[in-house]
Ligand binder design. Structure first.
Ligand SMILES: [Zn+2]
Length: 242
C-alpha cells in the first residue's frame, strides 16, 4: 500500500494572508486505486478569476497560479496512473475545493457519508453550487467507522460539515497516517478551540479531539486539511509514502 499527496493548487486567504494548499490523496492498494477528494471544478482552469467571482470565492481569497498542473488527471499522471484506473473515490465532504472534479470518475465507486449524500447537491460554497446534482456513480454510504479495504479506515468526523469524513491509512514503512481533512484544518485550531468555520462547532470540537486521540493511539502522522506550514514540508506526488 502506498499513499501520495496530490497538489490541487495554492490559495491565499485574504482575512489572514494564509497560503493554504488544496490537497487530494491517492491510495494505491494494487488492484484498488483510491482517490480522496478531487480539487476545484473544471471551470476554474479557463477562468479562475471570473469563476471565483461568480462562486463568491473571490470574497474569501484567491487561487494563486492555478493551471492544469493542479488537476487530478495531471497529478495522477505524475504517479503514472490514469483517471480510468481509479476504482474508488472517497469524498471527505462536498466543499468547493474537494468536490469540484467528482464527475470525472463515473466508473469509480463513491464513498460518502449519509449526511453528505442526503444533501440535494454538494454543499459547495456560500450557499450555491456549480454542481447541480450528485453524479450517477455506484455509491457506498458510510454511517459508522468502517475499514473500506484492509489498511484504509473511513471515519465520520462531523462538524466542519455535518457529513465530514476523515481517514486512517496503515503503511508498512511510513507507519500510520491520519488524513484529517477539514476536521482539523491546522494545528492551531486545537489550541484556539473556537471552530468558527464549522457547521456545528460542538461536533467539530468532539471530532477533532477524537482524531487527535486516534493519531496518538495509532502513533500516526496527522495530515491537516490546510496547514500552510505542514503543506510546504509534505512529500508530494510523484513521491510516495509507502
Ligand atoms: Zn471544507
Amino acid at each position: 500500500m502506498r499513499l501520495a499527496i496530490l497538489d490541487f493548487g495554492l490559495f491565499e486567504v485574504y482575512q489572514n494572508g494564509r497560503l493554504i494548499g488544496i490537497p487530494g490523496y491517492l491510495i494505491d492498494a494494487g488492484s484498488r486505486k483510491i482517490l480522496v477528494d478531487t480539487g476545484f471544478h473544471v471551470d476554474y482552469l479557463a477562468d479562475p478569476i471570473g469563476v471565483s467571482a461568480s462562486d463568491q470565492l473571490a470574497n474569501f481569497g484567491r487561487l494563486i497560479g492555478y493551471s492544469a498542473r493542479y488537476t487530478p488527471s495531471t497529478q495522477l499522471q505524475l504517479l503514472g496512473i490514469s483517471k480510468i484506473e481509479i476504482t474508488d473515490v472517497v469524498l471527505t465532504h462536498g466543499h468547493i475545493d474537494h468536490v469540484g472534479r467528482i464527475s470525472e470518475f463515473p466508473h469509480a465507486r463513491l464513498w460518502i457519508t449519509a449526511q453528505e449524500r442526503a444533501l440535494p447537491r454538494p454543499s459547495y460554497w456560500a450557499g450555491k453550487s456549480r454542481i447541480a446534482t450528485w453524479p450517477n456513480m455506484s455509491t457506498t454510504i458510510i454511517t459508522n467507522t468502517v475499514e473500506m479495504i484492509q489498511g484504509v479506515t473511513l471515519i465520520p468526523t462531523p462538524g466542519h460539515t455535518l457529513g465530514h469524513m476523515s481517514l486512517l491509512v496503515n503503511l508498512t514503512n511510513s507507519g500510520n497516517v491520519v488524513l484529517a481533512a477539514d476536521a482539523i484544518s491546522r494545528p492551531d485550531e486545537l489550541i484556539e478551540d473556537t471552530w468558527g468555520d464549522a457547521e456545528d462547532r460542538e461536533l467539530a470540537r468532539t471530532s477533532a479531539r477524537k482524531l487527535l486521540d486516534l493519531a496518538k493511539r495509532e502513533h500516526a502522522m496527522l495530515i491537516y486539511g490546510h496547514c500552510p506550514k505542514q503543506w510546504i514540508e509534505l512529500r508530494k506526488a510523484p513521491l510516495w509514502y509507502d
